[in-house]
Write a protein that binds this ligand. Structure first.
Ligand code: FES
Length: 402
């Protein structure tokens, strides 16, 4: 056996394992002592487990490995082993605490040779190295922790969109989702392209058509006229369509017009046929107003009569001559210059007294009855006529003596 003071840690551990294996092989034939040894080892391990987090590093340097028993060395090794296994499961605080606890030992490590270091120091140095390596790879250590959280992330992909717009840091899943997102857009319409200020592929390949020249000014009124003519045509066409477009409309209009005519005819039938004539008796003024030999023609148009003051058969009298030609019924005219009544139809002539003297007239003009009314005026009655050829002019009702 080499000297225990000059053994390295590996040699000590190998020796311990050999001793442990030999003890167990040795104790296989001795059951009570094995139970005691295992109990002791368990107790030592449990004691070591309980003591390991509390005083592993400071307890080491108190005893030299050469002075430690095999059980103590084993307990220390197990405690170190547990501490090393528990180290990756501990939180960042425990690792930091371990690194902090290892930090004072780290500078001391190079000062001592491994052959001079105790097991606890060597283990502390190894722990510090491990903590350092873990601290240098935080991403690698965090990966298994983040991975399960990142797995369900594909679903909230749309939520990564606003994150890309923000200036904050992006996680790997968001960056990958943004990189995988298709940036090429599908075909767009012309309106969309015009709105976006881009050209569609169809517009890019289409031949460039020059813009239409502006319409000359002299053509614009003609177009307006055409528009107005079209408007008129449309208006008349609509009217024609309304009036004659439908056979039913034509039938109903005809029926309505026929009924209206029937109603008007019945109303006219209900009124008698009456000739509205001027009254047969009318006044022609005072007798002293009419001068000797005067013919008053102002009542010819309204009443068809001349008022004449003339001397007939030695009597100055006023009489009323009927203004109707005895030939065929025309209306003669009084010719003041010729002092006669002249018929324009066939040229019959009559004196102031009414006696015919020329033309085809077969007899003298007729007289109406005349008298002095109650008010002193001359009143003519057309209901009564007096004919000279019958000797009726001598009737006192046929004249008024002056
Ligand atoms: Fe007067 Fe014939 S009607 S002359």
């Amino acid at each position: 056996m080499p000297d225990k003071d000059k053994m390295s840690v590996e040699e000590i551990l190998a020796a311990c394992r050999r001793m442990d294996g030999g003890g167990s092989a040795k104790s296989s034939g001795d059951q009570p002592t094995e139970g005691d040894a295992s109990a002791q080892s368990q107790g030592a391990s449990s004691a070591g487990a309980t003591e390991a987090p509390a005083t592993p590093p400071p307890a080491g340097p108190k005893k030299k490995p050469s002075e430690m028993s095999v059980e103590e060395i084993l307990a220390a090794a197990r405690a170190e082993k547990r501490g090393g296994a528990a180290a990756p499961q501990e939180s960042a605080e425990s690792s930091e605490a371990a690194s902090e606890s290892a930090q004072p030992a780290a500078p001391a490590a190079p000062a001592k040779k491994p052959s001079e270091m105790s097991v606890a120091e060597i283990l502390a140095a190894a722990r510090a190295e491990k903590a350092k390596s873990q601290a240098s790879k935080p991403a690698a250590a965090a990966k298994p922790k983040v991975a399960p959280a990142a797995k369900p992330k594909p679903k909230p992909k749309p939520a990564a969109k606003p994150a890309s717009t923000t200036s904050g840091p992006l996680d790997t899943a968001s960056i990958l989702a943004a990189a995988r997102k298709p940036t090429k857009r599908g075909p767009v319409s012309k309106e969309e392209a015009a709105r976006a200020g881009k050209e569609t592929p169809a517009a890019r390949t289409a031949p460039k058509v020059p813009p239409m020249p502006q319409k000359p000014e002299f053509l614009k009124p003609a177009a307006k006229k055409r528009e107005s003519a079209e408007t008129r045509r449309g208006f008349f066409a609509s009217l024609t369509g309304i009036a004659f477009g439908s056979a039913m409309a034509v039938g109903f209009v005809s029926l309505a017009v026929t009924h209206l005519l029937w109603v008007l005819g019945f109303a006219r039938y209900m009124f008698p046929n009456i000739l509205i004539e001027p009254p047969s008796k009318f006044k022609v003024g005072f007798p002293d107003v009419i001068g000797p030999g005067q013919v008053v023609t102002k009542f010819k148009a309204r009443f068809g009569v001349w008022i004449v003051r003339n001397e007939y058969e030695g009597v100055d009298q006023i009489y009323a001559l009927r203004s109707v030609c005895t030939h065929l019924g025309c209306t003669p005219n009084w010719l003041e210059a010729e002092q006669k009544f002249k018929c324009p139809c066939h040229g019959s002539g009559f004196y102031k007294s009414g006696i015919n003297f020329e033309g085809p007239a077969p007899r003298p003009l007729e007289r109406y009855a005349i008298r002095i009314a109650d008010d002193g005026q001359l009143e003519v009655d057309k209901s009564r006529k007096f004919q000279q050829e019958l000797g009726q002019w001598s009737d006192p009702q046929s004249y008024v003596p002056v």
